[in-house]
Design a protein around this ligand. Structure first.
Ligand SMILES: Cc1ncc(COP(=O)(O)O)c(C=O)c1O
Length: 405
C-alpha cells in the first residue's frame, strides 16, 4: 500500500547525507571523546567541530552549546538548573499555557517544590500577549519560558519581544525551539535568548541527540553529576555519532531552509484549501504565513473524532496525528486547543498534518481524495452529527473535566 508520511512534527526521517556523516563514528572512529589517545582525539575533534557548526547556525559561541539527548532533556536542564541556581533571587517563573509537556510538566514539578508559576494565556491564534508578559514578570521572576513555535498548531511566538522584556526586567529567557530549529532563522543574540532547546530528530537528524544553548554568564547549577562532560553541565560519555549527525542535519537544514519552507507552504495552502472544501471544517492556529510554521496544517471538523480520523487515514496509508490532542487513556482534549478557546467538542474533532521534505503535490492530492469520504463516513455514525445540540453537550463535558489552567 502507498504510504504517505504527514507527521513530521512528531519526527522526521534521517537524511541519507546525515547517515553517511554519522556512520564512521559508530565503528571506525568509535573512540571515547574524553580519551587522550588518537581514538579519543579523533572523536573529540568531531564533537568540537559539530559544536562550532551548531553555534554558527544560531549565532552563538561554541562554548555556549551543550549536547544533550534531545528536547525533553534540554528543557528539563534549562528550567530546573535556572530555578535551583537562582532560587535565592526569587521563586517565580513565567511560562505559557501552550508549552510542550516537557516544559509544562517541569514547571508543574517546580510548583510542587515551592516555586510559583504564572501561566500566560494565548489568543485564538495561539499567540501570547506581550502586555501580559510584561505584567507577569516581576522582581521575583527568575525565568520566563515561552516556546518559539508550537508543535500542534504551528504558531510562531514573538520571542524577540519577549526576550527584550526579560532583559529589561532581569529575568532569564528560555525558549523551546524544538519545532523551529532548522525551519526558522534563529539568532540567539538578536532574539535576546538566554537558553534555547533543540532536538535533532525534528530536522532530519538522529533521535536521542539534542542541544541546549546557554548564554555565557547565565547562572546554572548542574543536575547531572559525573565525569564533568560538557563543561560540567551534562556528565556522561558523549554520543559522538548523534552529535555529528545533529550538526550535519542542522547544516543541511540551514542551507535548504528557505527554499524548502516556500515549497512546503505551497503544499500546505493546497491541503488547506482542499480540506476547507469539506463543510463544517476550519483551520486551528494562525493563517498560513509568517506567524505559522510552513509545514503545519491543523484542521478541525465538526461532528468527527480526530482519533478516528487518524486511524481511518492510517488505513489508507496516510500518517497524520491529533498532535497531543488527546491521549487515548484520558481522552483529555489538547491543552493547546483549549488554550486558543476551542470548546471541548471541537478539540476532539481536530487533526494535525505536518509536511516535510518528502511531501509532494501528489501526496496532497491523495489525502484530499481520501479525507472527504472519511469525514462523511464518520459523520454518518457520529452522535455529534447535525441535529444534536452541541452546546448542551459541551456544558456536560465542561462540567466533568473543568477548565485547565
Ligand atoms: C515543542 C517540543 N518540545 C519538546 C519536545 C521533546 O523533544 P524530544 O522528543 O527530543 O525529547 C518536542 C517533541 O515533540 C516538541 O515538539
Amino acid at each position: 500500500m502507498k504510504r504517505i508520511y504527514l507527521d513530521h512534527a512528531a519526527t522526521t526521517p534521517l537524511d541519507e547525507r546525515v547517515l553517511n556523516a554519522m556512520q564512521p563514528f559508530f565503528w571506525q572512529k568509535f573512540g571515547n571523546a574524553s580519551s587522550v589517545h588518537s581514538f579519543g582525539t579523533e572523536a573529540r575533534e568531531a564533537v568540537e567541530k559539530s559544536r562550532e557548526t551548531v553555534a554558527k547556525a544560531i549565532n552563538a559561541r561554541p562554548e555556549e552549546i551543550y549536547f544533550t539527548s534531545g528536547g525533553t532533556e534540554s528543557d528539563n536542564i534549562a528550567i530546573l538548573e535556572i530555578a535551583y541556581a537562582n532560587r535565592e533571587r526569587g521563586k517565580h517563573i513565567v511560562t505559557s499555557k501552550i508549552e510542550h509537556h516537557a516544559v509544562e510538566e517541569t514547571c508543574k514539578f517546580l510548583e510542587k517544590d515551592g516555586f510559583m508559576a504564572s501561566w500566560l494565556g494565548v489568543d485564538k491564534e495561539g499567540l501570547v500577549d506581550l502586555g501580559e508578559v510584561g505584567n507577569a514578570v516581576t522582581g521575583k521572576t527568575i525565568l520566563v519560558s515561552v516556546m518559539h513555535a508550537n508543535n500542534e498548531i504551528g504558531t510562531i511566538e514573538p520571542i524577540v519581544e519577549i526576550g527584550k522584556i526579560c532583559r529589561e526586567k532581569g529575568a532569564f529567557f528560555h525558549t523551546d525551539a524544538v519545532q523551529s530549529v532548522g525551519k526558522e532563522k534563529i539568532d540567539v543574540n538578536k532574539m535576546n535568548i538566554d537558553l534555547l532547546s533543540s532536538s535533532a530528530h525534528k530536522f532530519y537528524g538522529p533521535k536521542g541527540a539534542g542541544f541546549l544553548f546557554v548564554k555565557e554568564g547565565t547562572e546554572i547549577q548542574p543536575l547531572m553529576h559525573g565525569g564533568g562532560h560538557e563543561r560540567g553541565l551534562r556528565s556522561g560519555t558523549e554520543n559522538v555519532p548523534g552529535i555529528v549527525g545533529l550538526a550535519a542535519a542542522l547544516e543541511i537544514a540551514e542551507k535548504e531552509r528557505e527554499k524548502e519552507n516556500a515549497r512546503e507552504r505551497i503544499l500546505a495552502k493546497k491541503l488547506l484549501k482542499g480540506a476547507l472544501g469539506i463543510e463544517n471544517s476550519w483551520l486551528n492556529g494562525p493563517a498560513i504565513g509568517p506567524k505559522r510554521l510552513s509545514n503545519n496544517v491543523n484542521l478541525g471538523f465538526d461532528f468527527v473524532e480526530g482519533e478516528s480520523m487518524v486511524l481511518m487515514l492510517s488505513d489508507k496509508g496516510i500518517a497524520a496525528s491529533t498532535g497531543s490532542a488527546c491521549s487515548s487513556k484520558s481522552l483529555e482534549p489538547s491543552h493547546v486547543l483549549r488554550a486558543i478557546g476551542l470548546p471541548h467538542v471541537k478539540c476532539h474533532g481536530s487533526l494535525r498534518f505536518s509536511l516535510g521534505r518528502g511531501t509532494t503535490a501528489k501526496d496532497i492530492d491523495y489525502v484530499l481524495g481520501a479525507l472527504p469520504r472519511i469525514v462523511e463516513k464518520l459523520r454518518k455514525i457520529s452522535p455529534l452529527r447535525k441535529g444534536v445540540d452541541i452546546s448542551e453537550f459541551e456544558e456536560d463535558i465542561e462540567h466533568v473535566h473543568g477548565h485547565e489552567h
